[in-house]
Design a protein around this ligand. Structure first.
Ligand code: ADP
Ligand code: MG
Length: 701
């Protein structure tokens, strides 16, 4: 039986008895007990809440497995308490005694912050003391006091550079392993190696999906090893697998009848429809990124104002990684009585974070994903279709507190026939430059022979080696050069940015380049979410530099300092105050790192040519030449002859200098270059003679 509905047209009808895999499974708790338990939830003591979580029943089983096995794989539905509870159980059982630490990694920074503050609250301690967190450029831990530490998988990788065996940790929980982020996969490979030297180290791999065979196989010791290591005293080397029964309630799935052309608009009308026809309950909308989320928030706010009567009770909130702390907290705070919360999120709410009270999910069917093509050597952020596994996870978010509904903005046919079963590990769709330099810095020379959970493509590996060679990071034997290679590896930024910082020393413009690096490391410094595009464009014009975005950033930074770091100044100039404050903090840290590396902090004052040269020395691989004025200016990459365009948010949009370098690419209808700067092509050969060999590029000669 199939019935369909089109967003904004009529009330969706319920689909009963759908075919395999469509209706979300419900487990142990029956729906009859649900409504009372959800309404009581807010009043329960923290201890009581903890005991109600599905993992609680498995507390002793988990502790037993961790005690007896080197590696335990724990699977459980999102919200069952894996992330917040297991580290606490470990601590209660003594794994943090004797000055040891328990680590729990997350692929996302926002999740690290949110989860650690929740755990600190549950334990009744101040965040940063017994429970702390660490993300890049932010260390909220206290030496000798912190016992449970949440951190991004990337930061744990960095910690290995100082402490290759991660000796301070007794247990490392690699959380959200199903996401298969590139850092998670690198971490898994390295931890497996560490375990051989440190059999007392315990690993917990936790995942939201049942598909754990790959993980189990990866941690299965070879027969020979098992014989060698099979002494009775240590933990068993075979991985243990434990599945936590969730308590998700039924979720009814609704599909659109015809494909939608504009998923933002469709999402907005679906929310309005839910608000109109459905009983109380919060709505979680999955879009892809800051841009479409801000657009949806704006459209919904307008619609809500138009239909005052029924929509006065809407609390509309965005959720994405660049969000200031205060806004994040709003998302987690309980919905006021009589109101309906609408959270519009990236896929961060798919499994990393649990929002209480969600009963309706609207799934656009897309997320932003990284894609790398080793042939064209372009890495892109692309709005791409999600997998069936993701679609099921998203639907499951509606069944946390009581039976819910999920509105998929794609057809049932599309779900059944076209969606891929699972996503591709990020390792296989990324540029590997950062990955290779990190492994090299950790002394792993045979990268192709490294034991990965998913092997990267040899072409991508060759490309990465080539770029690193041209950056001066690797020598002819593919070993890290000294000092440049080691210095670049030590700066916690992409190697290309780090190279730019190193070069700024000789070019005597380190102060400017560090400012640029800091600003590039935060999300956009423009307050684009506030609405009026015209206002934003005018503000940008006040700072715009003919050289491009990087120099424009320097102007904004100068203005911000002159204003006395005023938030009012930011508001008037459409600058994102929080991003600027963050950039200033990052800048301070980068200056300290630079000084440690022997870089002299110096300003070039008004000489922007040296700044552009320094950018070129790091980003030469991203050089492009203007080909035609059509479509507002078509460029081609010098190395791969790929068609690219300047993003409309750039100050060089429609200015179209002949030679430019971009910082990153995003792809929608076309490949757009974000943050571009004009250069002189002769600098390219100067910066990377090997990379721009004459026979490849007659154009430069
Ligand atoms: P899992 O890791 O299995 O997905 P979590 O440990 O993240 O589950 O979450 C368990 C429960 O803790 C959630 O269902 C929610 O009730 C509560 N919780 C987690 N984070 C927060 C938070 N930031 N604010 C309020 N409650 C939270
Ligand atoms: Mg979790």
């Amino acid at each position: 039986m199939s019935q369909f509905w089109k967003p904004g047209t009529e009330k969706p009808r319920i689909l009963e008895d759908e075919e395999g895999g469509v209706v979300y499974l419900s487990h142990s708790l029956s729906s009859s007990s649900s409504s009372s338990s959800s309404s009581r939830y807010g009043y329960a003591s923290i201890e009581n809440q903890r005991q109600r979580l599905p993992v609680y029943k498995y507390r002793s089983a988990i502790l037993y497995l961790v005690e007896s096995h080197a590696t335990s794989i724990i699977v459980g539905e999102t919200g069952s308490g894996k992330t917040t509870q297991i580290p606490q159980y470990l601590k209660e059982a003594g794994w943090a005694d004797g000055g040891r630490l328990i680590a729990c990694t997350q692929p996302r920074r926002l999740a690290v912050q949110a989860v650690s503050s929740r755990v600190a609250e549950e334990m009744g301690v101040k965040l940063g003391e017994e429970v702390g967190y660490r993300i890049r450029f932010e260390d909220v831990t206290t030496p000798d006091v912190t016992r449970i530490k949440f951190l991004t998988d990337g930061v744990l990788l960095r910690e290995m550079m100082d402490d290759p065996l991660l000796t301070k940790y007794s247990v490392i929980m690699v959380d959200e392993a199903h996401e298969r982020s590139i850092s998670t996969d690198m971490l898994l490979g390295l931890l497996k190696k560490i375990q051989r030297c440190r059999p007392e180290l315990r690993l917990i791999i936790s995942s939201a999906t049942i598909e754990v065979k790959t993980m189990a196989a990866f941690f299965q010791p070879s027969k020979r090893r098992r014989r060698l290591e099979g002494d009775e005293l240590g933990p068993k080397m075979d991985p243990a697998i434990l599945s936590v029964e969730g308590r998700g309630f039924n979720v009814q799935i609704h599909y659109v009848e015809d494909p939608v052309s504009d998923y933002v608009r469709a999402a907005v009308s679906t929310v309005m429809l839910i608000n109109d026809k459905e009983p109380a309950g919060d709505v979680l909308v999955f879009l892809t990124g800051e841009d479409d989320i801000d657009a949806a928030v704006k459209m919904l706010t307008e619609e809500a104002q138009n239909i005052k009567k029924s929509s006065s009770g809407l609390v509309i909130l965005p959720l994405y990684s660049g969000l200031p702390r205060a806004d994040q907290e709003l998302v987690f705070s309980p919905t006021p009585r009589g109101k309906r919360k609408i959270v519009i999120s990236t896929n961060i709410a798919e499994t990393s974070l649990t929002l209480e009270g969600v009963v309706y999910v609207v799934d656009s069917g897309f997320s932003k994903q990284r894609f790398y093509n080793p042939i064209s050597d372009l890495e892109n952020l692309i709005v791409a279709p999600i997998s069936k596994a993701s679609a099921r996870q998203r639907a499951g978010r509606a069944g946390r507190v009581r039976p819910g509904k999920c509105y998929r903005l794609y057809t049932e046919d599309y779900f059944a026939k076209e969606m891929s079963v699972e996503g591709i590990p990020e390792m296989q769709r990324s540029n590997l430059v950062s990955c290779v330099i990190q492994l090299k810095a950790l002394g792993i020379d045979n990268i192709l022979g490294f034991d990965w959970p998913a092997s990267p493509s040899p072409e991508a590996m060759v490309r990465a080696l080539e770029v690193l060679y041209s950056l001066g990071v690797l020598d002819d034997d593919a070993k890290l050069t000294s000092p440049v290679g080691f210095q670049i590896a030590e700066i916690p930024l992409e190697p290309m940015v780090s190279k730019m910082i190193l070069s700024s020393n000789e070019l005597a413009c380190s102060e400017e380049i560090i400012t640029i690096a800091a600003i590039l490391s935060v999300q956009s410094i423009w307050a684009s979410g506030r609405g009026a595009q015209k206002e934003l464009d005018e503000a940008k014009l006040r700072f715009a530099a003919a050289e491009g975005d990087h120099v424009t950033f320097l102007n904004v930074y100068k203005g911000f300092l002159q204003s006395g770091k005023s938030s009012k100044w930011c508001y008037t100039n459409c600058v994102n105050y929080h991003a600027m404050k963050k950039a200033i903090e990052v800048r301070g840290q980068l200056r300290r790192i630079a000084q440690r590396l022997g870089i002299v902090l110096k300003s070039c004052e008004r000489d922007m040519q040296v700044v552009r040269k320094a950018v070129t020395s790091g980003f030469f691989a991203n050089a492009c030449q203007l080909e035609a004025y059509s479509h507002g200016g078509m460029y081609k990459t010098i190395r791969g002859s790929q068609e690219v365009y300047i993003h409309p948010s750039s100050v060089l949009f429609r200015v179209n200098p002949k030679w430019i370098i971009y910082h990153s690419l995003v792809s929608t209808d076309r490949q757009y270059m974000r943050n571009v700067i004009s250069i002189d092509p002769s600098w390219l050969i100067e910066a990377a003679p090997h990379f721009y060999k004459q026979r490849h590029n007659p154009v430069l000669h």
